[in-house]
Design a protein around this ligand. Sequence first.
Ligand code: ADP
Ligand code: MG
Length: 620
Amino acid sequence: MPDIIQLLPDNIANQIAAGEVIQRPSSAVKELLENAVDANATEIKLIINDAGKALIQVIDNGKGMSETDARMAFERHATSKIKNIDDLFHIRTMGFRGEALASIAAVAQVELKTKKAEDETGTFIEIENSAVIKQEPIAYANGTSIAMKNLFFNVPARRNFLKSNAAEMRHIIDEFIRVALSFPDIFFSLTSNGQEVFHLERATLKQRVVQVLGTNNNSKLVSVQEDTDYLNIYGFVGKPETAKRTRGDQYFFVNNRFIKSAYLNHAVMSAFQQMIPADSFPLYVLFIDMDPSQLDINVHPTKQEIKFEDEKIVYAFVQAAVKHALAQFSITPTLDFDLDPSIQHLDAVSKPVTTENKNATTSSSLYKTFTQKNQAHFIEADNKSELKHWRTFYESPGEEKKIQGESDKVQDVINEQTPAFIDQRSSPLEIIEDQKLIQIHNTYIVATTNRGFILINQQSAHERILYERYIAAAHGKAIATQTSLFPVTLQLSTQDAVLLNDLMNDLNELGYLIEPFGKDSFVVQGTPADVLQGNEKRVLENMLEQFKYFSNDMKFSKREKLIRSLAWQHAIKPGTSLTEKEMKRLTDDLFACAQPNITPNSNPTYMEFKKDYLERLFGK
Ligand code: ADP
Ligand code: MG
């Protein structure tokens, strides 16, 4: 038998290694931008064609490379940034693994132009499949340009795995923004298919945040600044009233490196506690600077996760710094967060807030319905209460055992826990026509049925109705558009504009008539016929936020995400008073649904109270 073990040829070994570093166009963008930053550039231009599938080019005015270095740079483990293992614990550069250029050269056609200020001529190198196919001296400005063409041209399996251009472009913009935020004193531009998408002049951090995250943030930022022996924290948080309904602009940087940390995110959220509704998310852009020896940035191949030597200290500092900043700007906990106008006139909300009635208000269940997830079926967890068994009865199992999208299981749990709940074997549920419908707390509707009564959550019910209507629209039953008398313009961040462009066709089918109107602007010419005009702007902005939130959920298609976002967005909110006629229409529409008993997220839309259960409750 011959021996069978062979060494892999370099280009194949590089291709395999490249899989770790370059997963998609945005990973290459990140590496190239970071190299330019490490080269002390003050101007960095990113050029993208076809969402990076055809071309990714980064041009910088940094220190450039000598002819030998230019050649060396593409070798695996070739780096000028660390020399021995100790250096690993004092890293001040963005890169250090010496893998990026080798990986890029393995999976794309690369052209490098570079010149050092002290050299007469520059160097041009062309590489394909990890092999240099051309090298010559050229005249070139000081700095470096690296162009990579046809990413994954030689790894078709990976190329096919890439997402739509819009999706890949979003990833690229995300990476671009992260780098641009951490280096405000560097000029950045991003040009996509010949159009300049970002043009970020050198600026202060605050200006950069505004440049990148949108001009409407200008007056809404509170600055955070806390210096200690152990670490420094600085940056900005959004004022509480600007908190959004979904996770949006939240950025942590440690020693200027973007990181993801659920733990530190929690520290910020807890500093905001009581100031924002429990289900909303504040904006933050926070930088932590600390001794690199207190960190291990090596735990994740793409370096987004980080290990702190002492995580608890960092948590405490972050929390304290944000609390302090919010207190300094005398943003005290009040109820003046951004509620629906329809909710604002409610007593508990609109009365002036004295300490006394603030305490009363915060302990009232009404306040909690708003702050605690807007969940209609939330009941204060107080086991000592003599209403205990009521609680078990009311509290939807969906609250604790909710399994997203698995409605059958939710139904099983419901049946199991509350025998009075919908029992499929008995006669089908019918609402008794000539009985009055009653609205309570402007939130629920009580309806008498053939089997007892049901308590409908108006918001959840409406969400179900809209969801099914939008699904039907997507299958050809287009929703009528009403033309706006006063078309509204929308000015979005570049990120959101890319997203909205991507969703435009689907939105049209759902009754929205939206047209592009200059850079990152849109005009809303019409809305679905059954949507109240006047708050299109807010609805669309919230919809984009919600969509991004769903975007993390791979199991939904783009259209499903859009439909869920819109249904959630348009559903009538708690606190909306309904006329008898509106209640009638809502219940009729609900029971005309294919699946009336749960929302698209599998929360219950109503609770059933059956006659025999009611009798048992009263000891009959
Ligand atoms: P790393 O950044 O981890 O060192 P890379 O593969 O990204 O590894 O780059 C290898 C080397 O090439 C760097 O250490 C640096 O010396 C050089 N280099 C890469 N990009 C540039 C650039 N834009 N300007 C100057 N030198 C660069
Ligand atoms: Mg690098």
